[in-house]
Design a protein around this ligand. Structure first.
Ligand code: FAD
Length: 324
């Protein structure tokens, strides 16, 4: 029946349709609030040409705090957070609430949900958008960030997009005063959401920290990582790493920055013992100030660094920590 309704809408002339709203898909709430990445997505959503921007939250509880500028908040009260279920929730809201643009965030969560819902809606998605030139014209990275492509979406009826959160300012977080509950969403029943185990840290979250101190293979062993952690603690920074450091078992997986890790754009990024491979750069080169500490003067990281220190990190980092 839902599919029939959708087909009917597709056959309705554009002039007779009210397609006015952009739907922002919230990342899972943190302490009842939409997280930082969704605040950036909400800013991007305002640039997509629609009069109103709505928010969709899938999860047990409705949000207490949401991005400023949201017209309606739709809450799908399901604890099953599998991407299939979230995609079903988006599809239901798009088909029943007259939203013609869906915009998510190019995080791990968004990257599992957005292509899935695009397939369900039979739309070609545009993902990982860095810039919105016009409501249908987007700049996005290709080939691990080696080139920037300009993509014009020819989807006239509806668009499904994801944006890179570090490329857009965060909207203000405001109180959520009204929520519309959306029932009747089918939870995916071929797998079960058992739970999640979130690593706890006293340090800021790597994805949204304003300062990041990262170590690479040059740190030589996991036992040496505390040298970088001491500097991070002095600066109130998050700790990151290259994939070589993660693969060597020097530090946890979720510290990885880069193409297959986290994309960060802090005010200050300190890379110690990292060569600057393209896959690492694609995850940090939008940082406002980059400091590189490396013994090899030819290391590619110096090409993107604002400040380069051609020195042994085992001397430079402790000295820096002490002087701070
Ligand atoms: P190396 O390239 O070995 O560099 C170590 C550096 O430390 C050298 O420049 C050296 O001069 C310096 N050094 C050594 N000793 C010292 C010292 N005492 N003091 C100061 N400097 C010192 N990589 C990522 O980081 N993130 C990703 O997400 C990622 N995704 C990938 C995806 C794919 C599909 C592929 C193929 C690769 C990916 N990589 C990724 C791996 C990437 O290509 C590099 O291999 C990796 O980034 C190298 O890590 P590194 O700079 O720590 O190590």
């Amino acid at each position: 029946a839902k599919r029939a309704l959708w087909n009917t809408r597709q056959l309705t002339p554009a002039s007779h349709r009210i397609w006015a709203s952009t739907l922002v898909v919230s990342e899972p709430l943190v302490d009842g609030a939409t997280p930082a990445a969704t605040l950036s997505t909400a800013t991007a959503a305002q640039k997509l040409g629609n009069e109103t921007v709505d928010l969709l939250v899938v999860g047990e509880t409705a949000p207490t705090h949401i991005p400023a500028g949201i017209t309606k908040v739709y809450h799908v009260p399901l604890s099953n957070r599998l991407s299939e279920t979230v995609a079903n929730a988006i599809e239901t809201v798009v088909k029943t609430k007259d939203c013609n643009i869906v915009v998510g965030t190019s995080t791990k969560f968004g990257s599992t949900v957005i292509p899935r819902v695009a397939a369900q809606l039979d739309v070609s998605p545009v993902t990982d958008i860095l810039e919105i030139e016009a409501p249908n014209t987007f700049i996005r990275p290709m080939y691990a960030g080696n080139v920037l492509g300009k993509v014009v979406s020819k989807e006239a009826e509806k668009k499904v997009l994801s944006v890179r959160p570090t490329s857009f300012e965060k909207a203000e977080l405001v109180d959520c005063t009204a929520v519309e509950t959306v029932d009747g969403v089918a939870a995916f029943d071929k797998a079960e959401w058992v739970g999640e185990s979130v690593s706890k840290s006293d340090r800021p979250d790597l994805g949204s920290a304003t300062i990041v101190v990262s170590g690479g293979r040059g740190i030589k062993s996991g036992e040496n990582f505390p040298i970088l952690e001491a500097l991070a603690d002095k600066l109130g920074a998050a700790v990151g790493a290259s994939r070589a450091a993660v693969d060597a078992g020097f530090c946890p997986n979720d510290w990885q920055v880069g193409q297959t890790g986290k994309v960060v754009a802090p005010d200050l990024y300190i890379a110690a013992g990292i060569s600057g491979a393209i896959q690492h750069l694609s995850g940090m080169k939008d940082s406002k100030v980059i400091v590189a500490i490396n013994t090899d003067p030819e290391a590619p990281i110096f090409q993107v660094a604002d400040y380069g220190l051609n020195q042994d990190l085992f001397t430079a980092v402790p000295e820096l920590t002490e002087k701070l």
